[in-house]
Design a protein around this ligand. Structure first.
Ligand SMILES: Cc1cc2nc3c(=O)[nH]c(=O)nc-3n(C[C@H](O)[C@H](O)[C@H](O)COP(=O)(O)OP(=O)(O)OC[C@H]3O[C@@H](n4cnc5c(N)ncnc54)[C@H](O)[C@@H]3O)c2cc1C
Length: 339
């Protein structure tokens, strides 16, 4: 376990914000987690957990202790003719884990290729892309409870997965740390989801049949062509959630704005594309000082260089207010606001 004082968090968040952590502890094993939980000052309960830093906006320096999740490992814990159960430590790279499963020809995670961040944070917002969510291949996870100082195994029902949501954003926020996640992946009879985004077009253009590998490759190519690389342009992917609204409200709105993209949900609500609302409120590609909404994807808030957390948040609020004024819809951040 390595400790630092007054440490810059710039290398650890994809906006590249140079906020300082009063103390930064690097937890490199589950034994480190257990030892940290026993710290006599009870630090763990007030800790900011930092994983890949790709879904947080640091609006201020972080007082107290920030704990960086840095333990790794992947193990096949069970296997049948049809399925494999893969347990992955919280500190493993998400994308490398997806590629590991793709190279083994295991199905389930291919649509989630190239999402930044680490595995332990993926259940927190039930990451999703191209019509697939983490919950679709999820078996269970191990959670270390700071107060009880014990590990409990949680299934999908315990995790309360929703659209970019889980108990880890609500009742269990700050209560403990996800140690590992176990996925149930298919070895044959894979189910492919190719109807979202441009996956079918990408497959058709190369003449390749849908497979675990070809879908992963297509998703990577699509993402690389339209999403800014955080190493080049600081960002955290989609800044806002796509709002799910009552059907009546969306019908009325669509009469005024015929092009409004709509996605009916199983619960009867209709999701509308937040990126479309932002674009049609005039913010796509518009730069204000060091910040702006991306030129190709209006939902992505970007740091053009040197922006502070408050500057980025101020811009997000400006966009939020403008969308509300024009469409009467309150956008909700998908990104975790810190400080
Ligand atoms: C270019 C880009 C594209 C993206 N595309 C997508 C996308 O398609 N779909 C999508 O869903 N997301 C997307 N994201 C958002 C982000 O990558 C995911 O939400 C990712 O899972 C965050 O992982 P992280 O390790 O970076 O988490 P962090 O940002 O470090 O943490 C996120 C939250 O989880 C908490 N946390 C972290 N680790 C743990 C743990 N082990 N136990 C308990 N709590 C923990 C943190 O305290 C924080 O509140 C994108 C981001 C970028 C930059």
């Amino acid at each position: 376990m390595i400790w630092e004082s007054n440490a810059s968090l710039a290398p650890y968040n994809t906006f590249g914000i140079d906020a300082k952590a009063e103390r930064l502890v690097h937890l490199e094993s589950e034994a480190d987690v257990a030892a940290y939980a026993l710290h006599p000052d009870g630090l763990a309960k007030q800790t900011l957990l930092l994983s890949g830093g790709s879904n947080m906006l640091l609006c201020a320096d972080v007082p107290g202790t920030t704990a960086r999740i840095a333990w790794t490992g992947r193990t096949v814990v069970r296997e049948t003719e049809d399925h494999v159960w893969l347990e992955v430590a919280a500190g493993e790279s998400w994308h490398e884990t997806v590629r590991f499963s793709v190279q083994a020809h295991w199905g389930g995670l291919q649509n989630l290729s190239l999402i930044p961040g680490l595995v332990g944070a993926a259940p927190v917002q039930n990451i999703g892309a191209y019509g697939v969510e983490l919950a679709d291949s999820f078996d269970s996870l191990r959670f270390f409870d700071w107060t009880r100082q014990e590990i409990r195994t949680m299934d999908a029902a315990d995790c309360g997965f929703g659209y970019r949501d889980s108990v880890f954003k609500k009742q269990l926020k700050g209560k403990g740390v996800i140690l590992s996640v176990t996925f149930r992946l298919t070895k044959r009879d894979h189910r492919f989801q190719t109807s979202y985004g441009a996956i079918q077009d990408a497959l058709a253009s190369t003449g390749v049949a849908p497979s675990v590998e070809s879908i992963s490759d297509a998703v990577m190519a699509i993402r690389q062509s339209k999403l800014p690389d955080p190493k080049v342009l600081g960002n955290s992917g989609s800044f806002f959630k796509n709002p799910a609204l009552p059907a009546q409200e969306v019908t009325a709105l669509a009469e005024l704005h015929p092009g409004l993209p709509q996605y009916p949900q199983a619960d009867g609500t209709i999701k509308v594309a937040a990126g479309w609302l932002i674009e049609h409120a005039g913010w796509k590609g518009k730069r204000v000082g060091n910040v702006g909404m991306h030129t190709q994807q209006a939902l992505v808030l970007v740091n053009y260089g040197g922006a502070s957390g408050p500057e980025l948040w101020e811009h997000a609020q400006r966009v939020q207010a403008s969308v509300f004024e024009q469409f009467g819809i309150q956008l909700e951040p998908e990104v975790n606001l810190i400080g």
